[in-house]
Write a protein that binds this ligand. Structure first.
Ligand code: 1PX
Length: 215
């Protein structure tokens, strides 16, 4: 078993951010939510340049959100709940078609939220798959069951081609840097309920406000 590279970061800390973002009142804090995405992007970049078209889009969306969270109205962007009520009450969301507010927080988070569903399915797949399972097959299945529905053909093609570059399940668990495969699987088991929770709270909030299809 390979020792963790010094200075290398562990996916354990990255996923812990999704635990930290749910408050006792079941609000989702945007700070740790975006921090979680930052860590995932860092991890994705470590997997190779073939994934950079994916990480670039994720970074663009994280940056849009970070500028709201550090901007003049930062108080309104403390939680997902406060963001939704602020943007909707001020008419800052283009619901049907992108026009005067093309980069609202609501539409930007929705893209990350859909990707979080992919992440949940993918990690669940990794956790429960046989040792000799193919990571790229797990990834393709999770993608087809989630994000693919929102992507045009050309993006779907590029994504599936990139997935072929993923290492084997064991090698993948290794680069997660949480210890051996058993430890990695255990960590995923601990982290997944929190990811599911964040996904569920967001989904419910978006359904209540008819935001699940925002342009
Ligand atoms: C141990 C697992 C850790 C793996 C970490 C992987 C982090 C993945 C981060 C992915 C973030 C993807 C965000 C995509 C958001 C999106 O759907 N954007 C599209 C729509 O946005 P728009 O502004 O146009 O309405 C946009 O068109 C997307 C373009 C880029 C292609 C997106 C392909 C997404 C594949 C997600 C799977 C990542 C595979 C990682 C392999 C481990």
């Amino acid at each position: 078993k390979m020792a963790a590279a010094p200075g290398a970061f562990s996916l354990r800390e990255v996923l812990a951010a999704f635990q930290a973002c749910v408050t006792e009142q079941r609000e989702v804090l945007l700070g740790p939510y975006l921090q979680g995405w930052r860590g995932l992007v860092r991890f994705l970049n470590g997997l190779g340049a073939i994934f950079s078209f994916i990480s670039k889009d994720a970074v663009t969306k994280i940056q849009i959100m970070e500028s709201y969270c550090g901007g003049e109205r930062r108080e309104e962007y403390r939680t997902l709940q406060s963001m939704v009520s602020y943007e909707l009450s001020r008419g800052l969301v283009d619901l049907q078609r992108r026009s005067s507010h093309p980069d609202s927080g609501c539409r930007t988070i929705l893209r990350l939220h859909r990707a979080l569903r992919w992440l949940q399915l993918f990690l669940e797949g990794l956790r429960t798959a046989r040792q000799d399972a193919s990571t790229s097959a797990i990834c393709t299945d999770s993608y087809n069951a989630s994000l693919a529905a929102y992507h045009p053909w050309v993006v779907r093609k590029a994504a599936v081609v990139a997935f072929c570059a993923l290492p084997s399940r064991d090698a993948f668990l290794e680069v997660m840097n949480v210890g051996g495969p058993e430890e990695a699987v255990e960590m995923l088991g601990d982290a997944l309920p929190h990811i599911r929770d964040v996904y569920g709270i967001t989904q419910e909030l978006y359904e209540q406000h008819c935001l699940v299809g925002v342009a």
